[in-house]
Design a binder for this molecule. Sequence first.
Ligand SMILES: O=C(CO)[C@H](O)[C@H](O)COP(=O)(O)O
Length: 220
Amino acid sequence: MRKLVPSLLSADLWCLKDQLDVLKQYQVDTLHVDVMDGNFVPNISMGVPLVESLRKHSDFSLDVHLMIANPERFIETFREAGADLLTVHIEATYHIHRLIQQIRNVGCKAGVSLNPGTPLELIKPILHMVDLVLVMSVNPGFGGQDFLPETLSKVKMLHQWKQEREDYKYIVEVDGGINRSNVEQVLNAGAEWIVSGSGVFKGDLKTNLDQLNEILLKYN
Ligand SMILES: O=C(CO)[C@H](O)[C@H](O)COP(=O)(O)O
């Protein structure tokens, strides 16, 4: 199932509830929550209180992307806050295998992400353990950046490996610079979950959702 996963990084927090109500009308069921620590990435964004509030007041599935150094320190905290899926960066830990086990042990789905400059081979040993692979199509840290087309080869390879191996059950998610003008390239490469921040929230929300959904419909 190909779907749009809006990234709250570009939402207007002043009117977040109204925007979430619109997403509901458009059958969005999963929100992408970008957590940044000013260390792993050069920006600080949202964190535990927002996840808690979303969990308390909504039934969206929460896809939490941890752009933080040593994420093992916060796995239990984000699970307790209400995360359904926790994605960690291969570049942010010395012990990715143990970290994926830790996420699973607290009852969360586990995702692994990689920056544009990181080769796919680094995550191969744990691909059979993850529910999701998040391919970053921008350098993480900021919304509104330009999509990096060279990252599409990773999406294609992940899609191909999934066809070849029965034990690979991961969802291929792509994040960064995706909007209505380039989303088809990403879908054609084999992406299943499309994360978009500016492409959803900048400008008119309903128009953006109409246009993105029209494209996604062709792929489902
Ligand atoms: O992880 C992120 C940035 O690090 C964001 O999810 C991503 O960049 C989405 O924003 P946009 O669609 O505006 O690029």
